[in-house]
Design a protein around this ligand. Structure first.
Ligand SMILES: C/C(=C\CNc1ncnc2c1ncn2[C@@H]1O[C@H](COP(=O)(O)O)[C@@H](O)[C@H]1O)CO
Length: 183
């Protein structure tokens, strides 16, 4: 059993397929006996992954800043909701409390969390697996840019190799579980 941190969109205007993807990942996290660690929101894909995880039988931990609790977007159904003073403390705690990370499609907040967890890994501050769930090629443009930046030596190949990439939920969790065994 592992604590799987999931980063994903908070937008409430998304097509149903993205909410379904988040929900399916949550269900599978629960079905495999893992815990969900998330940004503690109840909106968009964040709400879908947390609801799915509970449906699958997972314990859910949300880490959310007070400012977002005040906006009434907290996942109050979470088994544990940790409220932080700000966004920076929230990210630190999210990284501390999870054993591995999966990034679903998302916007600026999602990318901020992905890059924080990735840069801290490249600085050897942790050795936790990081996976990008590239459903429907959502991240193909970003991946192309990252590979180009690696070719031009802006990014070290070892750093690039830290990111696992998968297109579907089952394979994502298989890869994360294998990586957890290796670390
Ligand atoms: C008030 C509204 C939405 C609330 N916004 C957020 N709620 C919870 N968590 C959030 C929110 N915005 C960013 N986050 C964190 O970043 C990720 C999602 O960001 P994105 O820009 O939507 O990709 C997520 O993992 C959170 O930890 C109005 O709708």
């Amino acid at each position: 059993m592992a604590a799987i941190g999931v980063f994903c969109a908070s937008s409430q205007r998304l097509e149903g397929r993205w909410l379904d993807l988040a929900h399916d990942l949550g269900v599978e996290i629960g079905r495999r006996g893992h815990e969900l660690v998330s940004g503690g929101g109840c909106v968009g894909m964040m709400g879908a992954v947390a609801d799915g995880a509970r449906e699958g039988g997972a314990r859910t931990l949300g880490v959310i800043p007070q400012s977002l609790v005040d906006l009434e977007v907290a996942d109050v159904k979470a088994d544990e909701l940790v409220v932080t003073d700000g966004m920076a403390a929230r990210k630190t705690l999210l990284i501390d409390r999870a054993d591995a990370f999966i990034t679903l499609p998302g916007g600026l907040g999602t990318l901020d969390e992905l890059f924080e967890v990735w840069t801290t890994a490249t600085l050897s501050l942790h050795r936790k697996p990081i996976l990008l769930l590239d459903s429907d090629g959502f991240y193909s443009g970003l991946l192309e840019w990252l590979r180009g930046a690696t070719k031009q030596e802006f990014i070290r190949p070892e750093a690039m190799a830290m990111i696992l990439v998968s297109k579907d939920v089952q394979e994502s969790l298989d890869l994360v579980e294998e990586a957890l065994i290796r670390t």
